[in-house]
Design a protein around this ligand. Sequence first.
Ligand code: AMP
Ligand code: MN
Ligand code: MN
Ligand code: MN
Length: 286
Amino acid sequence: MNVDLHSHSIASDGLLTSEEVAARAHAGGVDAWALTDHDEVKGLADARVAAEALGMRFIDGVEISVTWRPDGDTDKRHKSTTIHVVGLRIDPANPTLLAGLKKIRAGRDERAERMARDLEIAGIPGALEGAKKFAVNPELLSRSHFARFLVEAGKARNTHHAFQHFLTEGKPGYVVHQWATLPEALEWIGAAGGVPVVAHPGRYKLSAPQLAQFFDEFKALGGGAIEVMTGSHTLEQYNHFAEVARCYGFMASRGSDYHGPGESRVDPGQLPPLPADLKPVWHDWF
Ligand code: AMP
Ligand code: MN
Ligand code: MN
Ligand code: MN
């Protein structure tokens, strides 16, 4: 069974509509597909209709932005890391989840204003209006939309370069931001009956002991799965996080993290299968 449990639509920072992503997943041979927009569930209803019309199983998902600090450090001036937690098989109408997502979406506007101010100081005016033109969902202004603006404005060759030179830590358009806490994200996903999954664990700039501390906390809060096969991982990371899943007893997930043509390394359904000895997060779903 070809299962792909991580993708984005125009409801967050993807380039395609729910229906178009469904068609891409189907074309990629996907049998069971999840849409997992950042901090938003409004693309799910259309996605389900489109998926089922194409004969695919559909899993309601979301990717929640979390701010996490090692060592239980709560001092906001200290270094924090943004971590993404995917919630799968959520009830998209759950009031606790909806209120939580709405709260973190609300912080995006103010963050975008600070980003635009920093870019203006760095000699790039008009970034807020420019980014907004790319954001189909006005509640979900993302760094990806700023990246597309920077490419359009001729400041970067492609969106990857825009991130590298402007939108990542230490660069002029990057600002620190507080998302949900890890306990909040797991509480919201749990309230909605979903399964929390650590997204692309290989992408975080954490030391090995810090990442181990994160996994311990995630597990202690009831988290039970991590992405092993993701479009963000290298071959070595597939093996490494398969081993992490074994060590912690985590179930494993597989998801391309597809954002649209030209912006994703892997198309839906194209990742290698999970190692046979791992327990797939979907083991009792179908
Ligand atoms: P935001 O939630 O607004 O901070 O945006 C995060 C999104 O930016 C991620 O989900 C990716 O889609 C995208 N992103 C982050 N880092 C990079 C990168 N280095 N290259 C391309 N896209 C990136
Ligand atoms: Mn994204
Ligand atoms: Mn992510
Ligand atoms: Mn994603």
